[in-house]
Design a protein around this ligand. Structure first.
Ligand code: SF4
Length: 354
């Protein structure tokens, strides 16, 4: 597709951009390792939330070798509350790869950076342009939005043809004398002016030639072909108290929250009552003919993830010294040590009340 006003777009975008208007600690950074940290932390995370994690990781792991050598549980604990935990696992795995295979030297080309676990095309373009000024245009949600609006592109951005078209256009718009600066400009523009809701068209420098503005299409672009259907899952957590200890386990399975800790879980297809919980097969298997007493149970806690909503209830259960856990992956920990383990946010919220 031939698009008009490409030069105008790049020129006006750079005219608008002031690198100091949104000062962030990674903006002037040239160390690819720190840029990588910031990019992974900021994936699906608001800048305000990611900032303190970035500073914490930079301080705790000042080099890629420090990160590679850190125990996984410690990294997960430092990541706690940020969500999308596969990012932390991939970060660790990539750090180990850089340390062992690349002699602690961060890769310096787009294709080598793209080989790192957890690094997709967007992140590889960001790192290679910010750290090494290589000519690779970033394309993420911000860029899709800005380009579909300005150029009036009505192709669905979640289709192969839509993605290909926009990626090609993004690459053509890149300011080759300073790709890093251009990439930062378009990201900032999408985040602060051409926002998903409430775009500031009135004060936008591109308004005069913006197709979406001219055709009253700002609210409907970009277009997506399908809406993601959200699944709801119901978690019943058993907090089994034995003297001053409780049982926890590590989530090893390929599912949400992999490698985080949780209490023994009974997942059900819908929200259930206490009476119904006692009749669950899994509940019976845990306690069989052993003594237990339910002390209390909580209201429902809700955590919204990208593709799922989790509704959890916590049952406080007391057992005596003779209770034996029949699950090999359960560990008994002192209640006061719970804060040393990384839990999903919904559990963390609950145990803060202990
Ligand atoms: S005029 Fe509005 S829709 Fe067009 S680029 Fe500017 S902010 Fe985005």
């Amino acid at each position: 597709m031939a698009f008009q006003n490409k030069k105008y777009f790049t020129k006006k975008l750079l005219e608008w951009y002031n690198p100091n208007s949104r000062p962030l600690p990674w903006k002037k950074e040239k160390n690819p390792y720190f840029i990588w940290l910031s990019e992974i932390i900021l994936q699906q995370t608001r800048v305000e939330q990611g900032l303190k994690y970035y500073l914490k990781f930079k301080k705790n792991y000042p080099t890629v070798s420090h990160l590679a050598q850190a125990p996984e549980d410690e990294i997960m604990k430092n990541w706690e509350g940020l969500g999308y935990y596969s990012r932390a696992r991939n970060l660790h795995s990539a750090a180990k790869y850089i340390s062992s295979e690349l002699d602690n030297q961060f890769p310096q080309t787009y294709s080598e950076i793209l080989k790192l676990k957890g690094v997709g095309e967007y992140t590889a373009a960001a790192i290679s342009s910010f750290a090494f000024n290589l000519p690779h245009a970033v394309v993420d949600g911000n860029v899709y939005r800005v380009l579909t609006r300005f150029f009036g592109i009505e192709l669905a951005i979640d289709t192969t043809i839509g993605k290909k078209e926009i990626q090609q256009l993004a690459q053509e718009l890149l300011y080759l004398k300073n790709p890093g600066l251009y990439n930062q400009a378009i990201m900032d523009f999408g985040a602060t002016i051409c926002k998903p809701k409430g775009a500031f068209c009135e004060k936008c420098l591109l308004q005069k030639k913006c197709k979406a503005f001219q055709n009253n299409m700002v609210a409907i672009l970009p277009i997506k072909s399908k809406k993601i259907k959200k699944e709801t899952r119901y978690f019943n957590y058993l907090i089994i108290h034995q003297n001053h200890q409780v049982y926890i386990r590590k989530r090893k399975e390929k599912d949400i929250w992999q490698n985080l800790y949780e209490f023994p879980l009974i997942e059900t297809k819908k929200e259930i009552s206490k009476a119904s919980l006692l009749k669950q097969k899994n509940f019976f298997e845990i306690f069989f003919d052993q003594f237990y007493g339910i002390l209390s149970f909580s209201d429902s806690y809700v955590q919204k993830l990208t593709h799922r909503t989790i509704i959890a209830r916590f049952y406080e259960i007391e057992v005596n010294n003779s209770f034996k856990a029949n699950k090999s992956d359960w560990v008994c920990v002192n209640k006061k040590d719970l804060r040393n383990f990384a839990f999903p946010k919904i559990i963390d919220l609950y145990i803060k009340k202990f």
